[in-house]
Every structure is written in structure tokens, then in C-alpha cells.
Design a protein around this ligand. Sequence first.
Ligand code: GRG
Length: 366
Amino acid sequence: MPGIEDLITKDLRPTSIEFILSCVAFHGAGAALLLSLLFFCQPLKRLSLFTCEMGELVTEKHVRYILSVEKRKDNFESVVMEHLRMNGAYWGLTALDLLGKLDTVDVDEVVSWLMSCHHDSGGFGGNVGHDPHILYTLSAVQVLALFDKLDVIDVDKVTNYIVSLQNEDGSFSGDMWGEVDTRFSYIAICCLSILHRLDKINVEKAVKYILSCKNMDGGFGCTPGGESHAGQIFCCVGALAITGSLDLVDKDLLGWWLCERQVKSGGLNGRPEKLPDVCYSWWVLSSLTMIDRVHWISKEKLIKFILDCQDTENGGISDRPDDAVDVFHTFFGVAGLSLLEYPGLKPIDPAYALPVDVVNHIFFTK
Ligand code: GRG
């Protein structure tokens, strides 16, 4: 039975009627009256979530920051991102779309650069002249989906590349060199689902392998026996969600581990005893969303933490307050706020990590 304080500080959902009834039994009619008042005042609480005692999202500045990262070629961020520019394109462009500003981008220029990273094998590299890898192949497919340009690729060729990376035990390698990781299982499943080709892999074996990476604490690691980590949990839960296998997850056990990631500042860490980081606002929150346990953390505190990580002068979001901003944390901060239903942002799909309207277009209009 939760204490009164829990019920006041956490978001109340429709099922809270059951709580109110059980409170009559446990705490008496007075407590139940208080809870009823709180429950029916939820719309007011939701409104105040975004207005009281916290800064605002500096949308225009973030848009300008993201567009400027693309233009600069000689600063530190551009140099360290050289090898993963395809991921950078996905982070920046998806953030722009969530902020409602994708139309500021020259689509033909992006698509032409993206296709110059495409290989005969069917995979994509992280930049022009770089080797293909499943990591960059998903980003390329996601960017094409954002622009509704999936018709520029030979879908069978990209599919064959991904199918060739499935191993006998159902796991996936990242490229021809063979590293295995549950990140690659998610990527293969997400990518093939977007391309409507999930039937080309052995889904049953893929799911079995992911489940073999599940730990006693309810989390998932990168390989069997690997430590539970929020990033890998997103991958495993996302893959299970896309394949319709979420019933195989112990949602209460996993939800408990995930909600324990919220620290005093309101931010989330990726595993016990680690520092909070804005990117876990995505990895943890999307997982909690998929297993329907978001109400187990304080949304208000997390929103404040993300907003505190903004550079309110020059735009961009960093890992923690007062650190240097980058496009990775800017995307995951905006994506986290989108999951938290921050006003003015497009909603994002927690499994596909793409705006909901893009996902709906892929599955409901073709
Ligand atoms: C489409 C969103 C999307 C993802 C594609 C690549 C991928 C699939 C998922 C990556 C999942 C992952 C492992 C995320 C974690 C990234 C991260 C910040 C790792 C840092 O790990 P440590 O050990 O940091 O350096 P901690 O926070 O544990 O100290």
C-alpha cells in the first residue's frame, strides 16, 4: 500500500480510483477525500507542470544550434562526429522535426549526401568513404522515413544486408567483423519493420536471444550475463515491443529497476551509482513508457532537470547542467520532453524513436 506522500507526489492515473477506494479501507474517509480532490484536480496539476518554477524550452535557439552544427566543419564537435555523421544527421533532423522545424532543411541535399554513404552490400557507412555498419544503416533508413523518401533505396538490397548479419543463435552482428550486441538486435528489427520486411529474419530466434540477455534484476545487458544498462534495456524492450512480445517482460520488476534510476536532481542515470545524464531521459523513459510505468517517476523533476541542461544563450542541451552542449544530448533531451508531453513538441514513438506521425505514415498509409 503506497503512503499518502507517494500518491501526492506521483502522477495519478485513472486506475487511481482503486487507490482511493483502498484508502477508505486503510486510511479512513478523510484521507480518501483528500485523494479524491487531488485526483479530480489532475488537469490543473498537468498545466502547472510546465509553468511553475522552471525555465522554458528555448526552441528557436535549439533550432539555430542544430542547423549551425551541420554548417560548421572545423570545430571540435564536427571533428569528433566525423565518423558517425549519419547518426548525427538522425539526431539533429529528428530533433528539428519534434520542434516543428524540419522544413528549414534542404531535403535533396541531405538525401544526396546520405546516398553517397550507401554501399553495394546494401549497408550504409557513417560518412562518405566509411565502411558500412548496421548502426548507420538504421539512421539512414530513419532519416529517409522522416522525409518520406524510402523509395530512393533498393529495399531488398538493404534487407539482404541486415538479414546477412543474423547469427545461428538469433543474435545480430554489427558488421562483417562480427561484434554481437543487443543494440544490433534492436536495430535489425526496427529497420526491417520500417521497411516492412520483418518476415525475412528468424524473429522467434531473435526474441529468444534477447530474452537470454535478461537479468535477475529485470533489466537486460548487451550479451547473456552482461550488466543491466538502461541503453540496452531500451534496445531489448523496443525490439520486444516491435515484435509484439512485451508480454515476456516482467513489467513490475523492470519498472522498479528503471524508476530507481531517478536521482535527487530529478535526472536519470543509466545504472546504479552512476551520474545522471540527459540521454537517459530517453533510454529510461521510453522503456518505462513501453511497459506503462512512467507514473513511477516524477515527471516534473525530470522536466526541470532537462530544462536546466539547456544553453539558454546559444541553444543546445548538455548531459548535465553547465556542461558543453552537443547534438546527441540535444536530441535525447528534446525526445525525453516529447515523451513527457511538453507543450509545443510533436509526440515521439517510444519504440521506433521517430515522430508518431512518421510512424503512422509508414504503417497506416501504404
Ligand atoms: C534509434 C534511439 C535509437 C537508437 C539505436 C545504438 C542504439 C540503437 C542504442 C544505444 C543504446 C545505448 C547502449 C545507450 C547508452 C549510451 C551511453 C550514454 C553509454 C554510456 O555508458 P557509460 O558506461 O556511462 O560510459 P554510464 O552512464 O553508465 O556511466
